[in-house]
Design a protein around this ligand. Structure first.
Ligand SMILES: [Zn+2]
Length: 318
């Protein structure tokens, strides 16, 4: 028996990229591209993968940039595949931002092709390797969930600023100022997270989640992180993983475990049931936003709000 997960989509990234790229060239390589409805005249059209990037581009670009995310609330970037509508947006975009480091596993070949015709910036790949967490057992691979260490995400914001200044130098002073304002906000957020986590008793600073998205959070803020699924949701958690984790939770008397907005809830509920079978009761400490933010227009639909939500849930539950 295995735990239900969303990892059952057929994986054919290379074939799909080959099929989709001619469509891209049809629009993107034409001299007089047809407009995609919704594109605002006179503004840079920046596409991003995850919402956290859209939020950063929106903050740095302000009124001069139209920022649009391909992946909405609750969408798992590890498993995401482009729709024909996405391909049309990609062909029209002036610039693309993605995290890279294999976060958008099924899209990255498409993005590498896009990089031949327009700027496509994998912000995670620009972070110095010594600041990244290697994935155990996979040489050359690094944990892509960089946004959970606010100081790493600040480096990503600087990449976005520099790329917008290159592509639209007339507004470079605006981008520099907007980025400065946002970076000061993120610096304050970083200090707030440090203080909040320090309010949890040291022995209770253990975070158990469905997949290993919180490694950078744990390293930066001093929390032990245990994930059921590893850094990629594409590998399905098996019954053995559930039992191993349940044993650990019962032994260490961990009070709360967390569900994630972009990973099926059933996965972590199976762990809760297995813990109960071992005579310990662990509660679900709420939903954390891991690889996707909340809906646009809500507090959790911004990067700052998402981090605050997660940290508040964690502090309250532990
Ligand atoms: Zn993830």
């Amino acid at each position: 028996m295995s735990v239900p997960s969303a990892a059952k989509h057929p994986a054919r990234p290379s074939r799909r990229a080959a099929l989709l790229f001619p469509a891209l060239c049809l629009f993107g390589c034409a001299r007089d591209p047809q407009p995609v409805s919704g594109r605002a005249a006179g503004r840079v059209l920046a596409l991003t993968t995850v919402g956290m990037l859209r939020d950063a581009v929106h903050r740095v670009g302000g009124q001069h940039v139209q920022a649009r995310a391909l992946m909405g609330p609750g969408v798992d970037p590890h498993l995401y595949r482009a729709t024909p509508g996405d391909m049309q947006w990609l062909s029209q975009a002036d610039i693309l931002f993605y995290v890279g480091l294999e976060l958008e596993g099924r899209m990255e070949r498409v993005f590498e092709k896009i990089a031949r015709v327009k700027p496509a910036i994998p912000v995670g790949e620009r972070i110095p390797r010594y600041r990244l967490l290697p994935v155990a057992g996979v040489p050359g691979q690094y944990d892509p969930h960089i946004w959970f260490d606010v100081t790493l995400w600040m480096l990503a914001v600087q990449e976005i600023r520099d790329a917008l200044m290159r592509i639209d130098p007339r507004q470079s002073e605006v981008y520099r100022q907007n980025a400065g304002t946002y970076l000061r906000e993120l610096e304050a957020l970083h200090r707030w997270v440090q203080e909040r986590v320090q309010s949890i008793p040291v022995e209770r600073r253990v975070l158990v989640t469905a997949h290993d998205a919180f490694g950078y959070f744990g390293r930066q803020y001093g929390v032990e992180v245990i994930g059921l699924q590893g850094v990629n949701t594409a590998a399905e958690a098996g019954a053995g993983d559930v039992q191993r984790l349940a044993l650990l939770i019962a032994r260490r008397k961990i009070r709360a475990i967390f569900v994630e907005s972009s990973v099926p809830r059933a996965t972590i509920e199976a762990v809760q049931a297995a813990v109960r079978a071992r005579g310990w009761s662990v509660r679900i400490g709420g939903e954390l936003f891991s690889d996707a933010m909340g809906p646009e227009g809500t507090l959790e639909g911004t990067y700052v709000g998402m981090i605050q939500h997660n940290v508040n849930r964690i502090v309250e539950a532990l």
